[in-house]
Write a protein that binds this ligand. Structure first.
Ligand SMILES: Nc1ncnc2c1ncn2[C@@H]1O[C@H](COP(=O)(O)OP(=O)(O)OP(=O)(O)O)[C@@H](O)[C@H]1O
Length: 323
């Protein structure tokens, strides 16, 4: 009799466990499907001009030209209800000066998940398209990827890093998406954002900065068209056969809205990067410590040593060593 009661209880208990496990699975599946359907956790941020302005002002050092052009270009595009083409920006400058950093700032002002959003797609030439002989396959895959993503989410963002190493054929393959067409094969690309990052033009930018410094001008006086910088970058990017844009029809067709120069960073900007990293890591220290870390990075030209060779790229590593 007792054994019978135990047996019945056991059966009821195991049924409850099975039923609750099945319910858990169903609830989880429904949540997943509704999340995917309504992209609940990966939404667009309501665009806020002041927020982007503050983000650029507070966390981007020594890049007054990039800051101003990015703010105008992105806010103009995001508030335009009927853009005639996607936004296409090309960031130029040496290593560690903030090109990826600004792409992330833009992403954080557009998507709730920022650069981690599934609508932000990053392509690194040498990683995603390494083999020359596979260029036709890459072209097909890239076009399919962009088409698929924009058709399901028009406000998608595509970042092409190390653009200088990208095969020109591949660049030309994406050209129709960047143009003024209302639709390409039934898909409109007008809400999408394309950002190209490259070191192309770095020597031109460095020369302009050094010449102006030697002439006693303030860095902040430099503008996009100072000393013909924009035209020189344009020519350099277009003509250098080391640049991925070389022989590409993208520039010819004037589909890039802005060529944005990122200036090489000075000692004072590297210091700001050290302070920002320290704040992120919750480290407090005196000025002497900050200087020791900043001085540990190499500077050029050899005589004046005013510009950081690696920008802020290895600041975190240097900081960790000093701790
Ligand atoms: N101008 C800057 N203002 C603030 N932080 C910066 C700046 N430049 C670089 N940093 C910091 O250094 C890190 C590396 O910079 P970032 O990846 O943006 O360089 P990059 O210009 O894209 O270099 P690369 O050409 O090598 O890809 C950033 O994550 C950021 O923390």
């Amino acid at each position: 009799m007792k054994a019978g009661i135990y047996f019945v209880c056991l059966c009821v208990l195991s049924n409850i466990i099975v039923v609750s496990a099945i319910l858990d699975v169903i609830v989880g599946a429904v949540a997943y499907i509704t999340d995917r359907l309504f992209q609940k956790d990966d939404l667009l941020e309501p665009f806020d001009y002041e927020r982007l302005k503050t983000d650029l002002k507070d966390s981007l050092y020594g890049q007054h030209i990039a800051s101003e052009v990015v703010l105008k270009a992105v806010s103009g595009f995001m508030t335009d209800k009927h853009p005639s083409k996607p936004l296409v920006l090309s960031f130029h400058g040496s290593t560690g000066v903030g090109k990826n950093h600004v792409s992330n700032i833009i992403a954080r002002n557009i998507f709730t998940k920022g650069e981690n959003s599934e609508h932000v797609h990053v392509f690194i030439s040498e990683h995603h398209f390494p083999l020359k002989e596979q260029v036709e396959t890459y072209k097909f895959q890239l076009k399919q990827w962009i088409r698929g993503n924009v058709s399901s989410f028009p406000r998608s963002m595509f970042i092409f890093d190390v653009m200088d190493k990208m095969n020109p054929g591949l660049i030309d393959a994406i050209k129709p998406f960047l143009d003024h067409y209302s639709h390409v094969d039934g898909v409109s690309y007008r809400e999408a954002i394309f950002i190209f990052l490259s070191n192309a033009g770095e020597s031109v930018i460095e020369k302009v900065v050094l010449d102006s410094w030697r002439d006693g001008e303030k860095r902040e006086q430099l503008q996009m068209n100072s000393r013909d910088m924009e035209t020189k970058i344009f020519k350099d990017v277009f003509n250098a056969n080391s640049s991925g844009f070389w022989h590409s029809t993208l520039i010819d067709a004037h589909l890039i809205d802005h060529f944005i120069p990122f200036l090489p960073l000075e000692y004072r900007h590297v210091r700001q990067c050290v302070l920002a990293e320290m704040a992120a890591l919750n480290i407090t220290a005196n000025d002497g410590f900050v200087d020791r870390v900043a001085q540990n990075l190499p500077y050029f030209p050899p005589e004046e040593k005013i510009l950081s060779v690696k920008g802020c790229k290895t600041v975190k590593q240097k900081l960790l060593v000093h701790i």
